[in-house]
Ligand binder design. Structure first.
Ligand SMILES: Cc1ncc(COP(=O)(O)O)c(C=O)c1O
Length: 408
């Protein structure tokens, strides 16, 4: 047990799977970064400054006065029908046709992932995930003792040929290849989109090899130009669990997301969801429904897209000036994240505490792999800091990494 562990020294009460879990790098960084005044490129937290708080306050007051006993009561475990009707409309934007009765509302998509992993994953099952992938998603699967096997990515997302090769290796080793966990739009942390051809190729491959697809899509409506991409789910509805979230496009404090599972799995998953939380907060769902009932929410979202694009451009311009030669990054067309590769030999994990001392924090690349890759990579979230902080933070990173690159 290291001093960095999230577990206290006395461990005899903990389940084996808890002891086996790797302490989250992201959480370690967040804890170390909780100093006032620090510029954080670490959080995937949305900017909330444009939300119509007065309208939300009025809606909340009205709901309490007119529907208070329902709002504060237990509710249906699959969520309220009015919100599920909105969810169905949202999913249409990505070519998904489903009925409200096929959707399960959850406390964020994180809980949806947990419910599905808990229902479907046996210890030792292999889940394939992009290299790199969302640490919190992988942690759910490893929490149920799955093994993560990474699949290489390029500018068009995960590479189907590599997935095919890895599936064959896993099967040859006598392991169960259970599913693919993919974030096809504005991937966290890579910022990459899975191309349309590859969506089909990956779907065919998973179907042919008897794998489930966990399609996690919290960022799909956050393309800078507002364009959406067709989901994997429509052509592969029998094997796909599609996850959506209101956290990034509206507000994570509502804690609302959803899963659209293959129809045959619905009642089993609903049973798990019910065991897990009984039901998502009715009040939260009602408040969100009121927000979505007014079409103006789409204009607010459009404003956010513009804000995020400006933050992204500011970050890239500032990094271009500040970072040492040999640093590279991709150019995401939406979402919250920039994936940065540092010059060979510069260790982002080793330097993160020095960065915090200088007043800036990022997440080291190693947090997004389960196999030790990523030491000269990092994720910069541009969603939350104001423009001025983005410029200052990039300059601080530039100084730190220039010194590190020079001292190699
Ligand atoms: C890819 C991805 N999936 C799921 C989540 C969880 O989101 P929430 O539980 O707030 O819906 C996040 C949050 O960062 C994410 O980036």
């Amino acid at each position: 047990m290291t001093s960095d562990s999230i577990l206290p020294a006395t461990t005899r009460w903990y389940a084996d799977r808890t002891l086996a879990a790797r302490p989250s790098e992201v959480r370690k960084v967040f804890r170390a970064a909780q100093k006032p005044g620090i510029i954080s490129f670490a959080n995937g937290a949305p900017y909330l400054g444009q939300l119509p708080f007065a309208q939300l306050a009025a809606d909340a007051a009205r709901l309490m006065e007119t529907q208070g006993t329902a709002a504060l009561q237990y509710g249906a475990s699959q969520g309220i029908p009015e919100l599920r009707a909105h969810i169905v409309e949202l999913m249409k934007l990505e070519g998904i046709s489903a009925g409200p009765e096929q959707v399960i509302v959850t406390n964020g998509s994180q809980q949806a992932l947990d419910v599905c992993a808990r229902t479907l994953v046996n210890p030792g099952d292999v889940i394939f995930a992009e290299a790199p992938s969302y640490a919190g998603g992988m942690a759910v699967f490893t929490g149920y003792e799955a093994e993560i096997v990474h699949v290489d990515m390029d500018a068009d997302g995960l590479i189907p040929e590599d997935l095919e090769r890895k599936i064959a290796e896993v099967k040859a080793a006598g392991k169960t290849a259970k599913g693919l966990y993919t974030i096809p739009n504005f991937q966290n942390p890579g910022g990459v989109n899975l191309s349309a051809e590859r969506r089909r190729a990956v779907g065919e491959l998973c179907r042919g090899q008897d794998l489930l697809i966990f399609e996690d899509n919290p960022y799909g409506l956050l393309g800078f130009d507002g364009r959406t991409m067709p989901a994997i789910q429509p052509e592969f509805a029998d094997i796909t669990l599609y996850f959506g979230s209101f956290s990034k496009m509206i507000a994570p404090g509502l804690r609302l997301g959803w899963v659209l599972p293959p129809q045959a799995m619905y009642s089993v998953l609903l049973n798990t969801a019910e065991t897990s939380t009984l039901n998502p907060s009715v009040f939260s769902q009602q408040l969100l429904t009121a927000y979505l009932d007014d079409p103006a929410w789409q204009e607010t979202l459009a404003k956010y897209r513009g804000i995020y694009e400006e933050k992204f451009t500011t970050l890239v311009d500032a990094l271009t000036e500040a970072m040492p030669e040999g640093t590279s990054w991709n150019r995401p067309t939406g979402g919250f994240y920039l994936w940065v590769t540092l010059p060979e030999g510069v260790d982002a994990e080793a330097l993160v505490h020095e960065a915090i001392d200088h007043g800036v924090v990022y997440v080291p690349g190693t947090a997004f792999y389960t196999d030790g890759q990523g030491s000269n990579e990092m994720r910069l979230s541009f969603c939350l800091p104001p423009l001025e902080d983005i410029r200052k933070g990039a300059a601080l990173l530039g100084t730190l990494f220039r010194e590190a690159a020079a001292g190699r």
